[in-house]
Design a protein around this ligand. Structure first.
Ligand SMILES: [Zn+2]
Length: 394
């Protein structure tokens, strides 16, 4: 299986300057390639492709001695491919009949990653293996940078990326053939319902809540964004406000990922089979103000940005859960979430009126009363087990 490892870099002052220059030159390249595509299309109706731009790289490098030619050809190609991907996504959305935003120029602070697509090509992981106590990564144009390697790397290193997060630098390794570490069977199964008040509720009645500090950071982020909107363009105060928003965004991401890891680990340790809602379907049926099934008071209260921050946690959580489940040899089943929150888990009666409030489920047919999320999680579990049985019978 594939897995990534992220470590803090400890560059020297000179190396930190080189890392910043490397990132800045890749950003410039990205923007120049975007400009090239835009003008060619606007003036001549010509579509520029990745292959054309990759061929141009040779000239760009030749014309910019001591500049672009300092960096790895392959990492520059990876940056051009990244732009190509943005264009493909743009055209896919146009084809789907939507009106997406045109790929944007990356301002300073909005371009934070450079990727080397192959270990050994312009970069080398563990570049000084003979060093007795420290790990280094060699990056073309930067040198051997010291890595704070806090855990072992497993599998085969495929790609190496550097990432800037506010003032710190990280290296991210994407590894193939990482061996699985199966956990002993528990004999237990669970359905999980994903929500706003609780990130996850299990069919057994456990609530894994979104941590309070995440909601607090989300509140601070909405304040900071409101504050930013009031600042004058080009002012020093605005620059400070932008930095504050970016730092809070990074903090939210860290907290969310950390919590997703903890919640996923707890589930994977406890259950052999975990059934969850298919988020692709769920997102289509979810309105901005809540779920179509249950636009309750609790959901409405958490509106706007704050809500979207908590929402975004579901995708992250499921990605982490999928990884951990695969590694532990657990089975993960996705089911269509339609009606799971308005169906009675006892008698099967389906009615919108069953859902009195966001938190309370009370069946109008049989009188069954339960926590609404637990009721939904039980329905999700049933749907998953039925799918599983059907698949085994086939
Ligand atoms: Zn009922």
């Amino acid at each position: 299986m594939r897995r990534s490892f992220k470590f803090l870099l400890r560059p020297t002052v000179k190396q930190a300057a080189a890392l910043a220059a490397c990132l800045e030159d890749h950003r410039t390249l990205y923007n120049a390639a975007l400009e090239h595509r835009r003008t060619a299309y606007a003036k001549a109706g010509v579509s520029i492709r990745y292959g054309d731009q990759s061929a141009d790289l040779k000239h760009i490098r030749a014309d910019d001695a001591g500049g672009q030619d300092r960096w790895s050809f392959s990492s520059q190609q990876a940056t051009l491919r990244r732009l190509d991907k943005a264009f493909r996504a743009f055209f896919d959305r146009v084809k789907a009949g939507r009106t997406p935003g045109f790929p944007r120029f990356k301002g300073r602070g909005w371009f934070d990653t450079v990727e080397w697509p192959k270990d050994g090509d312009g970069c080398r992981w563990d570049s000084q293996p003979e060093h007795p106590s420290a790990t280094f990564v060699r990056l073309q144009g930067v040198g051997h940078v010291r890595v704070h390697q806090h855990r072992p790397v497993k599998g085969q290193v495929k790609t190496i990326s550097i990432k800037r997060e506010s003032r710190r630098w990280f290296v991210v390794l994407s590894c193939d053939d990482v061996p699985a570490e199966p956990l002993p069977a528990t004999g237990a199964v669970a359905g999980i319902d994903m929500g706003v008040a609780s990130l996850v509720t299990t069919s057994g009645g456990d609530h894994l809540a979104n941590p309070r500090h995440l909601a607090a950071t989300a509140d601070r982020l909405s304040d900071a964004q409101r504050d930013l909107a009031r600042k004058k363009r080009g002012s020093k105060r605005r620059r400070k406000a932008v930095a504050r928003v970016a730092a809070l965004h990074a903090k939210v991401r860290r907290q969310r990922l950390d919590h997703a890891h903890k919640a996923a680990l707890a589930l994977v340790a406890a259950y052999d089979v975990i059934v969850h809602e298919d988020l692709r379907i769920a997102n289509m049926t979810r309105s901005a103000s809540g779920t179509i099934d249950a636009p309750g008071r609790n959901v409405a209260a958490k509106s706007g940005l704050n809500r979207s921050i908590l929402d975004a946690g579901w995708g992250v959580f499921l990605a982490v859960l999928a990884h951990k489940a695969e590694s532990a040899g657990r089975e993960l089943i996705a089911v269509n979430p339609a009606n799971t929150s308005r169906t009675c888990a006892r008698c099967g009666h389906v009615a919108k009126e069953n859902r009195l409030t966001q938190a309370v489920f009370a069946c109008t047919a049989c009188g069954h009363a339960a926590h609404a999320d637990v009721n939904a999680a039980i329905n999700i579990l049933r749907a998953g087990l039925a799918l599983r049985e059907a698949a085994q019978a086939a």
